[in-house]
Design a protein around this ligand. Structure first.
Ligand code: NI
Length: 183
């Protein structure tokens, strides 16, 4: 089932999401629906707050990038209750977008490398180190669980320039190819 994606201005995007337990109701179905929603919207990552649930769950599938970037194209993860336990001091800039902030793409500084602990869909624990583009995508999705959005991290000057675009997103006046739920 394709779910509406909550856009900038929705209160749920600003909450710190809460950990879940293995008995969370219909978790497999929820994860399946999140994938369907993400693929339909042509995204590569989606966090539960973006579909209105303030829980610590995110999915990433970089398959759409496979053709141009074969080295990252097989990255496909579901992360439950993730915690980034190390951020490298080295920061790199890269362009980001977000299904909750349609039509905006900006450069964001992120740690080049992170170490993250998470549970997979079967609640097995993993600790992984990611670099570069994958580290960026994971940090972006993880930020959603902390109530942060990538536009918070752009320079004040750029943010000023984005103001009117963001206002129209808040008002639900931005056209998208997917179903959205605005504040
Ligand atoms: Ni996002």
């Amino acid at each position: 089932m394709i779910l509406p994606i909550y856009t900038y201005g929705s209160a749920v995007l600003r909450k710190v999401a809460q950990p879940i337990q293995k008995d969370y109701p219909k978790l497999d179905e929820l994860i399946k629906n999140m994938h369907e929603t993400m693929y339909h919207a042509e995204g590569i990552g989606l966090a539960a707050p973006q579909i209105g649930l303030p829980i610590r769950l995110l999915i990433i599938d970089l398959e759409p990038l496979k053709e141009d970037n074969p080295e990252i194209g097989n990255f496909n993860k579901t992360m439950i209750n993730p915690t980034i336990i190390e951020f490298d001091d080295e920061k790199v800039a890269g362009e980001e977008g977000c299904l909750s902030i349609p039509g905006i793409h900006e450069n964001v500084l992120r740690a080049k490398r992170i170490k993250i602990k998470f549970l997979d869909q079967d609640f097995n624990e993993h600790t992984e180190v990611y670099d570069d583009f994958i580290a960026r995508v994971v940090q972006h999705e993880y930020d959603h669980l902390e109530g942060n959005l990538f536009t918070d991290k752009v320079s004040p000057i750029r943010r000023q320039l984005l103001k009117s675009k963001i206002t129209s997103i808040i008002k639900g006046k931005t056209a998208t190819s997917y179903k959205i739920k605005s504040a």
